[in-house]
Design a protein around this ligand. Structure first.
Ligand code: AMP
Ligand code: MG
Length: 541
C-alpha cells in the first residue's frame, strides 16, 4: 500500500462485467465492459508537466507529486493493491460507418479517485501506456507531439469553462516508436509520452453501441445503469428504480449536454476533428484530442483533419449536425430498453431547437446584446438571429481572425461612425489576414453590419464599458492556436519544454489580457498557413 498517495477505488470494475480472459491477446471481447490489462513498464520516466491544482483536488499534495511513487503511478509502473488496471470495451461509428469493436487500444484506466472538494469520483486513465486486447494493429503508445496536444488542449478547454476530460501529467516514457506522421511514406522514430487523464467518466456513445449492436441487452443495460448511477444520480427517483422514464430523462439530459458542448466549441472556434461516436462522451465532455484545430480565420468549412479533407464531415460548421447524427445512433441503441419510439423521437427531434436556442444565447453574449430591455422577445429574437448569421457572412467574406475580431468588437464604441472607412479599417486592421482583401466593398459590408449592431446595442441596458467587460469574459483573448502548439512541440522534441509550460500557464487565464503574454496574442503568421501541424493534421498519433 502506498504511503504517500491516496488509494484508488474499484468502482467501475466492481459494478460492470469483466472479460474473463486476462491475457493481452488482441481479440473480440463479448459480454464485458472491460478487460484486465497491465500497463507497459517504462524505462526512463520523466514528468514534463504536472497539473498541481488538479493533483491537489485528487489528494496528491506537493510532497506526493514529487515522490517516486507518483512518477510510477502516472507512468503505469506503480504496483499497489488498490490499482486494478483495465481497458474499456466499446465500438463506434467512424466517419459515418459502423466500425464494430474498438475499445481502449492504448488507454489504461487505473481506477476511481475521490475529489477532495466534492462528492465526485473521477477515473484516472493513462493514454499511451501500452497494448491492450483492443490494440488491434496499434502499438499501444502515444507520441510526444500528440500527448502535448492533448495535455495543453484539454486544460485550455477547462479554463475556457468548457466541459472536458482533464490532464494531470505529461510524462516521457523514454521509449520511441515509429510513426508516418504525414502519411507520405516517411516514417520516423518519435519519443513516446503518457498523458494521465482525469474525468468523472470515460464512457462513450460507443460504450453502449457495442453491446447494443450485438443484441447484448444485459451489458447494454448494466453499462447505462452504471452511467446513470454514477453521473446522473439526480435522475433516479426515490424508489431507486431505473426504468423507462429514467432512460428517457437521461437521453434528454445527454442531448442537452451535447448541444451545449457544441455551442461552446462554436463560441471559441474549436474543431474537434474526429467526432466519431467512440469519441463522444456519455457525460457531454470534450474527449479524445486528436487532429483537432482552432479557428484562426473564421471559416465554417474548415477541418484540420487530413483524413477528412475530402468530405469534411467534421468541419467547424457541421459539428452541431454531427452531434445530432451521433445522438440518433445512440437513440437507436437504447430503444430496446424503452420500447417506445414516440417519446424517444420527441426528445431527439427537440435537439435542433435546443441547439438553436443555445446558439443564439451564446451569440448574444458574444456580441454583448444578451441583456436587453423588455422588448418583444420574439421579434427581437428573429432579428438577432439574422444579425448573428449575417455577421458570420461578414467574417467569412475575407480572411478574418475570429478571436481577434470579437476582442476588437468589444472595443468598438457605440458612438463610432462605421461609415468612416479609414477609422473602420484602422480599428479592425489587426484581424485581417490579407490587407489587400480589405476593399471598399468589404468595408461597406462591414460598416452596414456595424450600423445594425450599434442600433441593436441601444436596446441593451449596458454602456460601452460594461459591454466590454461582459464580452471579454466570454470571448477569449488566448486560444491554443494551432501554430503555437506546433512551435511548443518542435521545441519539446529538441528537449526544451519551456514553451509547453508557458502555454499551460497562459491558458489558465484565457480571457485576461496580460502584457507578458503579448507575443501570444497574435493571428496565425504567414509561415504557418500551409504548414503541417498548423493548418492540417493526420490521425497519426
Ligand atoms: P482515436 O482516433 O484516437 O479515437 O482512436 C480510435 C481507436 O484506435 C481507439 O480504439 C484507440 O484506442 C485506437 N488506437 C489509436 N491509436 C492507437 C495505438 N497507437 N495503439 C493501439 N490502439 C490505438
Ligand atoms: Mg478515440
Amino acid at each position: 500500500m502506498s504511503t504517500v498517495l491516496p488509494s484508488a477505488h474499484p468502482t467501475f470494475v466492481s459494478q460492470l462485467p469483466a472479460d474473463p480472459d486476462a491475457s493481452n491477446r488482441c481479440r473480440t471481447v463479448e459480454h464485458a465492459a472491460y478487460s484486465w490489462v497491465t500497463p507497459c513498464a517504462t524505462k526512463a520516466t520523466q514528468i514534463i508537466c504536472c497539473n498541481h491544482n488538479l493533483a491537489a483536488q485528487l489528494g496528491f499534495n506537493e510532497q506526493a507529486t514529487q515522490s517516486q511513487e507518483f512518477a510510477d503511478l502516472v507512468s503505469g509502473n506503480l504496483h499497489d493493491p488498490s490499482i486494478k488496471p483495465y481497458a474499456m470495451n466499446y465500438g463506434g461509428h467512424q466517419f459515418g460507418q459502423w466500425a464494430g469493436q474498438l475499445g481502449d487500444g492504448r488507454a489504461i484506466n487505473l481506477g476511481q479517485y475521490q475529489l477532495l472538494d466534492s462528492q465526485q469520483q473521477v477515473t484516472l486513465q493513462l493514454k499511451g501506456a501500452g497494448k491492450t486486447p483492443y490494440s488491434r494493429r496499434g502499438d499501444g503508445m502515444a507520441v510526444l507531439r500528440s500527448s502535448i496536444r492533448e495535455y495543453l488542449c484539454s486544460e485550455a478547454m477547462y479554463h475556457l469553462g468548457i466541459p472536458t476530460t482533464r490532464a494531470l501529467t505529461l510524462t516521457l516514457t523514454g521509449e520511441q516508436v515509429i510513426r508516418d506522421k504525414l502519411y507520405d511514406g516517411h516514417a520516423a522514430y518519435e519519443p513516446c509520452a503518457i498523458v494521465a487523464r482525469v474525468s468523472p467518466s470515460f464512457l462513450r456513445f460507443g460504450s453502449l453501441q457495442l453491446p447494443g449492436s450485438r443484441g447484448d441487452l444485459d451489458t447494454l443495460k448494466q453499462t447505462l445503469d452504471y452511467c446513470i448511477k454514477h453521473d446522473y444520480a439526480s435522475l433516479i427517483p426515490e424508489s431507486g428504480i431505473i426504468d423507462k422514464a429514467v432512460y428517457l430523462a437521461w437521453f434528454e439530459s445527454l442531448c442537452e449536454r451535447t448541444a451545449q458542448l457544441i455551442v461552446e466549441w462554436m463560441r471559441v472556434g474549436f474543431v474537434h476533428g474526429v467526432l466519431n461516436t467512440d469519441n463522444m462522451s456519455l457525460i457531454g465532455e470534450t474527449i479524445d484530442y486528436g487532429p483537432y484545430g482552432w479557428i484562426d480565420n473564421f471559416d465554417l468549412d474548415w477541418t484540420p483533419n487530413t483524413s477528412d479533407a475530402g468530405e469534411k464531415r467534421y468541419r467547424f460548421g457541421q459539428q452541431a449536425y454531427i452531434g445530432q447524427w451521433n445522438l440518433f445512433q445512440l437513440a437507436n441503441t437504447i430503444y430496446p430498453l424503452i420500447n417506445e419510439a414516440e417519446p424517444l423521437q420527441a426528445i431527439f427531434n427537440n435537439y435542433n431547437h435546443l441547439y438553436n436556442e443555445k446558439w443564439l444565447k451564446m451569440m448574444r453574449e458574444k456580441l454583448g446584446i444578451a441583456q436587453h430591455t423588455d422588448l418583444n422577445e420574439s421579434t427581437l429574437k428573429e432579428s438577432d438571429k439574422q444579425l448573428c448569421t449575417d455577421l458570420e457572412t461578414v467574417l467569412s467574406t475575407i480572411n478574418t481572425d475570429m478571436t481577434l475580431f470579437y476582442r476588437c468588437l468589444a472595443d468598438y464604441p457605440t458612438s463610432a461612425c462605421p461609415q468612416n472607412s479609414q477609422q473602420l479599417q484602422a480599428h479592425f486592421a489587426i484581424c485581417f489576414y490579407n490587407q489587400q482583401e480589405v476593399t471598399g466593398d468589404y468595408l461597406q459590408q462591414l460598416s452596414e453590419w456595424l450600423i445594425r449592431y450599434q442600433k441593436r446595442l441601444k436596446l441593451t441596458v449596458q454602456d460601452d464599458q460594461q459591454r466590454k467587460i461582459q464580452m471579454d469574459a466570454i470571448n477569449p483573448c488566448y486560444i491554443l492556436r494551432n501554430f503555437q502548439v506546433q512551435e511548443a512541440i518542435e521545441l519539446a522534441e529538441q528537449g526544451d519544454y519551456s514553451r509547453v509550460l508557458t502555454l499551460a500557464e497562459l491558458l489558465k487565464t484565457p480571457y485576461q489580457q496580460q502584457d507578458k503574454y503579448q507575443q501570444f496574442e497574435m493571428k496565425r503568421p504567414d509561415w504557418a498557413t500551409n504548414k503541417f501541424g498548423c493548418s492540417a493534421l493526420s490521425c497519426s498519433s
